[in-house]
Design a protein around this ligand. Structure first.
Ligand code: HAM
Length: 414
């Protein structure tokens, strides 16, 4: 018996041509939106030193505790497939001395990311993100611009009816006193909390706001809110971000329980949710991370950005992405030769015509059926002479030779 069929690993998927075309189109639309706002494309490696994420994302986050694909290379170094893109971009900013460039430095990226999560619809172990990072300015207009750009990108991608949630986490310093207060509250309610939240009560008490656990959610309804405790400067920054979004007529809801799953956030945080996505409703999110570059060995540098999941965008979109352009088909009847047909095919392609040749030994009837299946605009039937069949009207006409055939096909493109 043959060996069992091999499959793509759990939580991963193959991108088949129809989907690959949609992703290309989304990339094109994304680049148009971000490029016109001055964001430049940027790429970092798919794996990094594990420390980039341990220090950057934070040791008490779900991502670092349980979701990283970490391995040792032949030299005994610990490497990790990137679970997110912000820490790598900040690592690169510090490594290349980008603080010497005119600030803010605006970058955008697109590529694969890896998290060992429970796989389900909209949640994968290898997924793709499009994201932006703007480094070197703490101006609230940069936060507002980032939020608007994500709104614009989702709009361009045909994702409608999203809810934008917005909050501020304050600076690290202004958060300290609050975290003490929150820990006290959590201790008082320890009996109602999930095992997981209790285990991280000291290290990462904010996570309690993110829990699915019934008891924890009930207990958190009465918990003190960080948004009520941030410093006057943080509150002013947040008010300005909101005023700018109001000015741009972008609707949002303030959600004081929005904490996000990564530790680097300071001040503004936001998330776009789509009701079309079910349990995995987050289509994109981000925020400000003013201490992250310094955490990764660079100079103190403010930053803000977001990332959105490509697969989730395509699950939520209402837009019909255009398919491949319709080809012209070169068929051969029993009196024609492969060489002649091949010559016509080459001439068509040289003239820029998307064209395909019969290559599967089909009868002429079979070839016409096939041309229909691939939505060909028309068929050149190569026999003793050449005939053109318009597939939309079924009209047939004689063609004088290769030159005229090319003219007909090029005319279709015009
Ligand atoms: P994140 O919220 O962890 O943020 O991920 C951003 C988006 O990536 C999510 O909204 C979701 O659409 C998609 N995503 C995340 N995990 C998965 C998964 N397992 N399967 C499918 N899609 C997924 C970040 O990654 C931050 N780096 C965003 C950021 C940039 N903050 C500041 N700058």
């Amino acid at each position: 018996m043959a060996d069992a069929k091999l499959k793509a690993p759990r939580g991963t998927f193959d991108v088949l041509p129809d989907d690959a075309l949609k992703r290309r189109e989304l990339h094109r639309r994304g680049w148009a939106v971000l490029g016109r706002a001055g964001y430049r494309p940027f790429e970092t490696p798919v794996f990094e030193d594990t420390d980039v994420f341990k220090r950057g994302v934070g040791p008490s986050t779900d991502i670092v505790r349980k979701e990283m694909f970490t391995f040792e290379d032949q030299g005994g170094r610990s490497l990790t497939l990137r679970p997110e893109g912000t820490a790598p971009v900040c690592r690169a900013y510090a490594e290349h001395g980008m603080h010497k460039l005119p600030q803010p430095v605006r970058l955008w990226y697109w590529g694969p990311f890896f998290r060992h999560e429970r796989a389900q619809a909209g949640r994968y172990r290898q997924f793709s993100q499009v994201g932006i990072e703007a480094l070197g300015s703490d101006d609230p207009s940069l936060d507002a611009e980032a939020v608007l750009l994500l709104a614009e990108l989702l709009e361009a991608a045909g994702v409608r009816g999203t809810t934008l949630k917005l909050s501020s986490l304050g600076t690290r310093e202004s958060r300290e006193a609050y975290l003490g207060e929150l820990r006290l509250y959590l201790r008082e309610h320890e009996g109602e909390l999930s095992q997981d939240v209790r285990a991280r009560l000291d290290q990462n008490p904010l996570r309690a706001f993110d829990a699915d656990h019934q008891g924890t959610r009930a207990a958190m309804a009465g918990a003190p809110r960080l948004l009520d405790r941030i410093s006057p400067e943080d509150a002013e920054h947040f008010a300005e971000v909101r005023a700018l979004l109001d000015g741009a007529s972008l609707a949002y809801v303030i959600d004081p329980t929005l904490v996000r799953g990564l530790d680097y956030y300071t001040r503004t945080v936001f998330e776009f949710e789509s009701h079309k996505l079910g349990a995995q409703s987050g289509v994109g999110g981000g925020g400000r991370y003013d201490g992250l570059v310094e955490e990764l060995g660079g100079p103190p540098t403010p930053g803000v950005g977001w990332a959105a999941g490509i697969e989730r965008i395509l699950l939520a979109t209402e837009s019909k992405f255009p398919g491949a352009p319709r080809p012209v088909y070169v068929a051969i009847d029993e009196t024609g030769t492969r060489r002649e047909a091949f010559g016509l095919l080459t001439a068509l392609r040289e003239a820029g015509v998307r064209s395909e040749l019969e290559q599967a030994g089909r009868s002429l009837k079979g070839q016409l059926k096939h041309a229909d299946r691939i939505a060909a605009r028309g068929v050149f039937i190569v026999g003793e002479d050449i005939r053109w069949r318009n597939m939309d009207t079924s009209e047939q006409q004689p063609v004088a030779g290769v030159e005229e055939a090319v003219q007909i096909a090029v005319g279709l493109l015009a």
